[in-house]
Design a protein. Structure first.
Length: 432
């Protein structure tokens, strides 16, 4: 079953040495190698080469025996050059990653595929019939010196054998290896990947701009890369909210970060009120290592410079908060339409569920609703880049202190009158 899949398209090219068209002497070595082994080669039955037997206790089907599986995996765990290794002479893989494809395993995710892609040697065991004798699985699990055992499922359904799941796993892993795809960023922005901020991928379009009455969104055709990034970010969030809210932790179910005794539940966003003051103070002190952000938030909420304040609420408890504050243009004091994303706080026990992203996107939406021209933020570029923010210096904006570097970022909201680049500052509330 394997040659057709492993010998096609990306998987085929990944296993080939490829010459650089511009320089034929520059040859890229293969990034992967595949070796398919038949468990019958380790059968203790030389005549019939059987690897299965009826189950103890009765019942339908057959069960794969311990000895062929153990002998095969033990042998393949110490492959050296000449018998299928990926490295040079004498190299021994002492701790391969060993994977058993089974519907009883943990569901395969993009993060698991990325983790496996960092391994030099994978052994994938394909079950069949009613499964494997549990004793060999127990021994493989306990055999930490040999690599242990990772049990992975494609989902809540059953196939006739583990061959198809193994092919899916191989494809998911190999395409993440450096050099496997035509472009280094191709896998970075896939659904569930880090570049996509863990969301579903945004919609894609190509020529012609109009097909049978269906148009390509105008924003994708105007060349404004910041606006395109913002549109893609919003579209990915909306698609994820509609189809996979569990990825955001915004719906009942086992979302990322949930546990069996604490499942994720609906998190709602709403405008903050005066009644939230104490909860917000506690939230910011819990979310940050110092209380500087809490003092900033207190000052903003006490003054006139915070036009928007949004909270995330879970079961009546405030678990997240973002505030928008006014910025001033020092070179053009009368300029309007500049806002800043203030501290984004999420309680530690609710982090990594997409709440911070949802809060920032809501802040962006409200800023657009009042026709603000540009948003600024001082924060981690890796967090804000997928939301459409770019270094403010690239747009010609600077702030009163120069140490911020790329952490000072901006998002063009598409105003009717462009805002002139120059020196900007937070309101006096911040004291900076």
């Amino acid at each position: 079953m394997f040659p057709g899949v492993l010998g096609t398209s990306i998987l085929k090219r990944a296993a080939q040495a490829i010459a650089n068209p511009a320089d034929p002497s520059d040859i890229r070595p293969p990034v992967a190698a595949y070796h398919v082994h038949n468990l019958r080669d380790w059968s203790a039955d030389p005549k019939h080469r059987r690897v299965d037997a009826p189950p103890y206790g009765g019942g339908p089907g057959m069960v794969m025996q311990c000895q062929p599986v153990w002998d095969a995996v033990h042998k393949l765990s110490t492959l050296t050059n000449g018998t299928g290794s990926l490295k040079g002479p004498g190299t021994v893989f002492e701790r391969p990653r060993r994977v058993f494809m089974t519907p009883k395993g943990r569901p395969l995710t993009q993060s698991i595929a990325a983790d496996l892609a960092r391994s030099a040697h994978l052994i994938v065991i394909c079950g069949h019939y009613e499964g494997l004798d549990e004793r060999v699985l127990d021994r493989l699990r306990d055999d930490e010196a040999g690599g242990g055992l990772d049990e992975i499922s494609l989902g809540d359904f059953v196939l006739s054998g583990g061959e198809l799941p193994a092919m899916v796993l191989i494809d998911a892993v190999v395409r993440l290896l450096p050099g496997a795809l035509g472009h280094a960023d191709s896998a970075r922005d896939d659904s569930f990947a880090d570049g996509a901020d863990g969301l579903l991928d945004h919609p894609h379009y190509t020529r012609p701009p109009n097909w049978e009455g269906f148009d390509v969104p105008a924003v994708l055709q105007n060349g404004d890369h910041a606006a395109i990034a913002a549109w893609r970010s919003d579209a990915a969030l909306q698609l994820t909210t509609d189809r996979r809210p569990d990825l955001l932790g915004l719906a009942p179910g086992r979302a990322p970060g949930a546990t069996a005794d604490r499942p994720a539940e609906i998190v709602t966003l709403r405008d903050a009120s005066d009644d939230d003051r104490d909860a917000l103070r506690d939230l910011h002190r819990a979310a940050f290592p110092t209380d500087a952000q809490a003092r900033i938030t207190d000052a903003l909420l006490d003054g006139p410079d915070a036009p928007f304040s949004v909270v995330a609420e879970h079961r009546g408890r405030v678990v997240g908060h973002v505030v928008l504050s006014i910025m001033v243009h020092e070179d053009e004091p009368g300029s309007r339409g500049l806002l800043a994303v203030g501290p984004v706080a999420v309680r530690p026990d609710h982090q990594r569920r997409g709440i911070g992203r949802a809060l920032v996107r809501e802040a962006v939406r409200q800023a657009r609703d009042v026709r603000a021209g540009r948003l600024f933020v001082l924060g981690d570029p890796a967090f804000f880049r997928p939301l459409g923010f770019i270094p403010a210096s690239a747009e010609g904006f600077t702030i009163a202190f120069d140490q911020a570097g790329d952490a000072f970022q901006t998002l063009d909201l598409g105003p009717r009158r462009p805002i002139t680049p120059g020196r900007v500052a937070w309101s006096d509330t911040f004291g900076i």
